[in-house]
Ligand binder design. Sequence first.
Ligand SMILES: [Ca+2]
Length: 256
Amino acid sequence: MSRTVALTLAVLASWAALASQIRAEPLDLGLPRELDPSKFELFWFDDFDKFDLSADGFGRHKWFNGLWYSKPAPLDLFSHSDGILRLATRANKGALISTLSPKVGGHETAFSYGYFEARLALSANAANWPAFWLFSRDHARGTDGNHWCEIDIFELFASKFAGTVHEWIDFKNKQNRNNLVTLPQGTDLSQWHTYGMTWEPGKVTWYFDKKELMSAATPKICDSQELFLILNANTHDPAVEQFLSVDWIAVFRWKP
Ligand SMILES: [Ca+2]
């Protein structure tokens, strides 16, 4: 076997191994053990078998590129195949998808109490700063009097799981102090894991691989606003390109 052929086969084998490791799986409707499945119903999900993105902010789509205050990311920072969406960064740009159109009057999907979960795989380095979060529709639409709620379901921050509740008043932030958790030793974030959170009146609880991590109280403002979903790739170091792959996102709510 020539050296080139051997090398090619080795590269193909490593690609195949990588592909098998981060293969898409059917949506897993399992809830954390602490949650009684008979009390929940699936309210909204995306398994990314298709990627329904509005690139220009118009139309009735599941996802929109960018937020109302930012420019859409270059489309080559998004890639989609085999049921997996991959978001990437380049220099100081990062791909971001949101369930709220950045255009005033545009389509939007917003949420209140429930269990939110994403199956994610991401670059495992300390500069990576991906985020899966919920943000106030009223603030995005300018109707909140600059008093709003933000709940971060998961951010990787200095290689820790960050889960944060923010109350913003006139752009000043109050948040829970217990928001950084060290993940179990040996956790490989480049492989698939689930990142979840329940949100109920006055309280949120975070989960990693369906195991409880921590809880925090939520301020009253979070009980009076609906929040939309955002998933984005980001980096603390523009010289390091990052990726964030998503297999699915699911939102359950308590049955009425
Ligand atoms: Ca999928």
